[in-house]
Design a protein around this ligand. Structure first.
Ligand SMILES: [Zn+2]
Ligand SMILES: [Zn+2]
Length: 347
């Protein structure tokens, strides 16, 4: 009888190791999850490279799906055996000013999964009940995992954007986030433009639902957007302030460039371009758990599907390296034996 489970932890920047950890009981307002799948996200570098202050060792991973196997005290509305997900935001506190005002995303006491607490690169994880997402039956655990991060991030930004059906919406960057954003934008009824470097992505972008494709290596993307009438929204899924700068003039008056890609580069826009046309630059951070539920339901209903490569949990370091090298098509997802019934993590 196992009393430990397998986890991949980072003991110091850049160093992964496979360890066995003892089962812990979930505490107040927490649940214990048998993890079935966990996406490998670019934001995991915050943990792996130590970009945030990290209390080492730390198990990374913030887009995981599994089944609840134990409930802590005071947990209501969730059941043992239920399939759930956890995203980047580890769960709101319920009592801070922002929570009391209904803004759970900006909760002052929110922990980031895999950064402040151990995440999903493991067979078992303890999670706060207030951060849980329910997983529809018709989505596989591996397929749903990245919808908890890349999915909700793009879905929530589009859903809150000032665009209506028929408006021109551009998605900049066709990768882990962008390949989902194009699908969502198409299904929400927008005229969709995909922007990426090179002509190789054109066919895929069209297949995902884009009406137009702009090769930003061959043409000025801002001029190309203006030739289409100007974008109401540009969803920037690539990191780098320069990508925002070079597309900003492609916005129609009143349009907004929404940044989803974190990077150190500053965003440069001239006050002329900002003021004449009343354009905006904005950021968007994932979404609240109810929006995550909606993201998953909408994805199942409309057939949005994530393109993923699955690998066993033990190969986390190689999967992370492949993702960081930009070679993943489009997301590496770690899977454990929990999803197959052949559980190595049985207590
Ligand atoms: Zn992520
Ligand atoms: Zn709060």
């Amino acid at each position: 009888m196992n009393t430990t489970y397998r986890a991949i932890e980072v003991s110091k920047p850049g160093e992964f190791s496979e360890v066995r950890k003892p089962f812990l009981d979930p505490g107040l307002n927490q649940v214990r999850i048998r993890v079935e799948a966990c996406g490998v996200c670019h934001s995991d570098s915050a943990t792996v490279e130590g970009l945030f202050p990290i209390d080492w060792p730390r198990v990374p991973g913030h887009e995981l799906v599994g089944r609840i196997d134990a409930l802590g005290s005071n947990v209501k509305g969730w059941a043992v055996g239920q399939r759930v997900g956890v995203g980047f935001l580890g769960g709101s506190c319920g009592y801070c000013e922002f929570c009391r005002n209904g803004d759970l995303v900006n909760c002052r006491n929110q922990e980031y999964t895999g950064i402040h607490s151990d995440g999903g690169y493991a067979e078992v994880m303890i999670a706060k009940a207030s951060g849980l997402v329910s997983i529809p039956d018709d989505l596989s655990s591996a397929g749903a995992a990245l919808l908890l991060c890349a999915g909700i991030t793009t879905f929530n930004a589009l859903r809150n954007a000032p665009a209506k059906a028929g408006d021109l919406v551009a998605v900049l960057g066709i990768g882990g986030l962008g390949h989902l954003a194009v699908q969502y934008a198409r299904r929400m009824g927008f005229e969709v433009v995909a922007i990426a470097r090179g002509s190789n992505t054109a066919e895929l972008a069209k297949k995902l639902g884009a009406h137009h494709y702009i090769d930003s290596a061959a043409t000025d993307p801002a001029a190309a957007l203006q030739a289409l009438g100007g974008a109401r929204v540009i969803l920037v899924t690539a990191s780098g302030g320069k990508t925002i700068t070079e597309t900003f003039k492609g916005l129609r008056p009143g349009g907004v460039s929404i940044d989803l890609g974190v990077g150190p580069e500053p965003i440069e826009v001239t006050s002329m371009d900002l003021i004449f046309g009343e354009r905006k630059v904005a950021g968007s951070l994932t979404g609240n758990p109810a929006t995550a539920d909606t993201t998953l339901r909408f994805s199942a209903l409309t057939g949005v599907s994530a393109m993923i490569e699955t690998v066993p949990l033990e190969e986390a370091a190689a999967a992370y390296a492949r993702m960081m090298a930009g070679k993943a098509r489009f997301r590496m997802v770690l899977v454990t034996k929990n999803g197959t019934g052949d559980s190595a993590a049985s207590k």
